[in-house]
Design a protein around this ligand. Structure first.
Ligand code: EPZ
Length: 417
């Protein structure tokens, strides 16, 4: 398995261009199942999770090509089956979102129980109850979910808790159901707004995306169209913290700072010096950081996907910080690896940790437990004294395209072996 070797202590400089958002591309690609004709999707990040989603769709009979400019041409007219390959489905947690469009168009979908990942057992009760409210029947047999329906119909569905992918799955299912669906207590992520925008471009009638109440008037069928994937706001936040930790002046371009307002407020409270433009953020060398308490929350709150890098930043702050991540129950276990590198973090419970700073970090051999903790260990290696070796880097490449070369271009001493 490929390892990353990082020599810490180097300042970075230059510009890093943000790639397309993984958590937008996965859903827009899945939504092409609802359309007739050829969809053209550009700025799709070349990362493992996208490759897996494409593999699953090809296995169903979807025709996927790439044109010279790197856009994906996706035609789902000849889908020949609606049961997701068990291994492929398990390998991609987000495969559960395919239940919505497959059920809506073909009246059936068979989905393997989505693989959990280290950040917490990933229940799918909201997906099941939501689809049942639209008239689906769901049977679980040998770790697979068999969804069937005579015809999906509109309904009013109240989410018992906010779920990003369950919101997106319900939007896709309701877009060609018979009648009107009202979803309440929905997630409000920018990626959801992008999904609704694309589906409306294809002929759907979705209102309220980005708020907590979304109304969808079902239509007969959607016609393929084209779109460009939005910038990845989690990449932006990750690189902002990377620039600040390494006390570097780097420019993060192709980004939308308005998608990170709470995060940027906490960075400001932490004393991070930034220059923020319309579509770029520049980090400025910052001498000291203040301790800041954060609690993660669905959008527009502090993104849970940025909790790990921010926790690392707080190991360099002058004082104690409380990190509270109520969304997942496995997103703080990576702190033991930071402690192995010299950090001083106490886990109070699976959702809360106290970070004592500042601490001097030393290079160690560590494994990447999950995607966001993995990139955080890379950032830790960039500031640790000595050399850090990171294993299980596949996790990191699930969400960060060509990360080694992009960091090397900024002057990082990093290579893969
Ligand atoms: C999406 O995951 C993102 N993934 C995650 O990013 C992100 O961390 C998360 O939203 C929260 O912002 C994608 O978009 C592919 P949830 P999702 O359903 O939708 C519970 C990354 O690193 N829940 O909003 O799976 C769940 O256990 C990934 O890019 C149920 O109880 O998260 C969690 O506690 C990691 N029942 C809470 O809801 C359900 O049926 C929020 O999870 C579904 C979810």
């Amino acid at each position: 398995m490929k390892q990353y070797i990082i020599k810490g202590g180097n300042k970075l400089s230059g510009e890093i261009k943000v790639k397309g958002a993984k958590n937008s591309a996965l859903k827009i690609i899945a939504s092409t199942i609802l359309t007739k004709g050829e969809n053209k999707i550009s700025n799709v990040p070349q990362i493992n999770d996208i490759k897996k989603m494409m593999d699953i769709l090809k296995d169903l009979g979807v025709n996927i090509k790439k044109n010279q400019s790197g856009s994906f041409l996706i035609n789902t007219d000849n889908i020949s089956k609606t049961d997701i390959d068990e291994k492929k489905g398990k390998d991609l947690r987000a495969s559960i979102i395919l239940s919505g469009p497959l059920l809506a168009r073909f009246k059936k979908a068979t989905i393997p129980y989505p693989g959990g990942c280290l950040i917490g057992k990933r229940p799918i009760d909201i997906f099941i109850n939501g689809l049942q409210s639209l008239g689906a029947h769901c049977e679980e047999k040998n770790n697979k979910y068999y969804f069937t329906t005579k015809q999906l119909h509109g309904a009013i569905f109240v989410f018992p808790k906010i779920s990003v992918t369950a919101t997106e799955t319900m939007i896709m299912a309701a877009s060609i159901a018979e009648g009107t669906t009202v979803l309440k207590n929905t997630a409000q992520e920018p990626e959801i707004i992008e999904l609704a925008k694309y589906l409306n471009k294809c002929g759907a009638k979705i209102k309220g995306a980005g708020t907590s109440i979304i109304t969808i008037k079902g239509v007969k069928r959607l016609l393929a169209n084209k779109t460009k994937i939005m910038p990845d706001r989690i990449e932006v936040g990750t690189f902002v913290i990377m620039g600040l930790l390494t006390k570097s002046a780097i420019k993060i371009s192709n980004c939308l700072p308005e998608h990170l307002e709470t995060f940027l407020l906490m960075i400001k409270k932490a004393g991070g010096k930034l220059e923020i433009g319309k579509n770029f953020i520049k980090t400025l060398p910052t001498k000291k950081f203040n301790p800041v308490n954060i609690i993660t929350h669905e959008y527009p709150g502090f993104a849970t996907d940025l909790q790990a890098p921010f926790t690392l930043l707080m190991t360099q702050a002058e004082g104690n910080s409380l990190i509270h991540d109520p969304i997942f129950n496995g997103r703080l276990f990576f702190t033991d690896k930071l402690n192995q590198m010299g950090a001083d973090i106490i886990m109070c419970d699976p959702h809360r940790a106290i970070v004592k700073g500042p601490t001097h970090l030393f290079g160690k051999n560590v494994d990447s437990p999950d995607l966001r903790a993995g990139i955080t260990l890379v950032l830790a290696g960039l500031i640790a004294q000595g050399t850090t070796t990171i294993g299980n880097t596949y996790q990191i490449e699930r969400g960060y395209e060509n990360i080694i070369q992009r960091l090397k271009n900024l002057g990082a001493k990093i290579y893969a072996k």
